[in-house]
Design a protein around this ligand. Structure first.
Ligand code: NAP
Length: 302
């Protein structure tokens, strides 16, 4: 049995690991996608102290390497089932079962889907959720970015450097993105904003060829397009915990600044929990608290 299982290798989980490892605990980190989480697919980070500017991939690599060098054992599998009550906590993946004295859930958020026809069919064949990862495939082409938040705005700006034309499809009459990003978008001659618009369907053969676009008057037209980048935010992915850990109405784990849940020895850190600001800096802060609380909990039992 390991001392501590951490579910999620984003900034919260990796920081929790560093704190627990420094205190001498054995740590297993279970990660279903990629270390770094959302941070890993962020092009440029300018609000993480210590770095005027750093790519998400670089910062992810640095945190991952630090935890690994200190002795964290990484399991790149999805946590599928948990049993969190009692002194021995169990986390199951599709092929393994892990046991620990304490658990920190730092599983971040999952991407929100558009839910229109063709989205699932063409994912990876013209539909993407990561401009930084897939933008290069669309060099010189015409693409759509869906969403009006910071991510969509940054994606549109990033793609405007690679693609001939970028259509930014926003469902409301204004962007949610910060003003400096909105201003940058307005200065780009190859970005066109389509406000109060929605994609109704994504069409293609092997790859995406067009979308059915609905405008504010509910008129639909078919628009030829090479790629669709969906950037409409994230939502909690906490279903497997719902009968064990208390959550709010939106399925975020309920926790205060101690990161403690309603279950003894179980902590939550980062974007997955109730909190006003979801940033790398606040995830790291949670990780430090949750890691330290887990250390205290385990030491109190021995
Ligand atoms: P977000 O801020 O939640 O914005 C999501 C956008 O998608 C909104 O414009 C929303 O429209 C739209 N949307 C949601 N569901 C939709 C649907 N079904 N169809 C069409 N549009 C839909 O998400 P985000 O941009 O991914 O950002 C997430 C968090 O990370 C935010 O706190 C953000 O500030 C932060 N972030 C920060 C930076 C930075 O600091 N530079 C960069 C990226 C992200 P409505 O406005 O109508 O709801």
């Amino acid at each position: 049995m390991t001392d501590l299982i951490i579910i999620g290798a984003g900034p919260a989980g990796l920081t929790a690991a560093i704190y627990a490892l420094r205190a001498g605990l054995s740590v297993v980190i279970i990660e279903g996608v990629i270390y770094g989480g959302q941070m890993s697919i962020t092009n440029e980070i300018e609000n993480y102290p210590g770095f005027r500017s750093i790519s998400g991939a670089q910062l992810s690599e640095a945190m991952y390497k630090q935890a690994g060098d200190m002795g964290a054992k990484f399991i790149f599998q999805k946590a599928e089932q948990v049993r969190l009550s009692g002194d021995v906590k169990t986390v199951k993946t599709h092929s393994n079962e892990f046991h620990a004295k304490a658990v920190i859930i730092a599983n971040g958020l999952k991407r929100r889907l558009l839910g229109c026809r063709g989205e699932e069919e063409f994912t990876g064949r013209g539909v993407s959720y990561c401009a930084v990862c897939d933008g290069a495939f669309f060099k010189g082409k015409k693409v759509i970015v869906v969403g009006g938040g910071n991510t969509a705005a940054e994606d549109a700006l990033y793609l405007s450097e690679l693609c001939n034309q970028v259509l930014l499809v926003v469902r409301r009459d204004r962007l949610r993105a910060e003003k400096y990003l909105a201003d940058l978008i307005d200065k780009k001659s190859n970005i066109t904003k389509l406000m109060q618009s929605r994609i109704r369907e994504i069409r293609g053969e092997n790859t995406v060829k067009s979308v059915i676009l609905e405008d504010k008057l509910e008129n639909c037209q078919e628009v030829d397009i090479d790629g669709v980048f969906i950037a409409i935010g994230y939502e909690p992915g906490n279903d497997i915990y719902k009968d064990q850990i208390k959550m709010d109405d939106y399925m975020y784990f309920i926790s205060d600044e101690s990161c403690q849940t309603n279950v003894s020895g179980v902590y939550v850190a980062g974007d997955c929990r109730t909190k006003p600001i979801r940033q790398i800096a606040t995830a790291v802060s949670d990780g430090a608290v949750a890691g330290s609380m887990a250390v205290r909990f385990i030491l109190s039992k021995t």
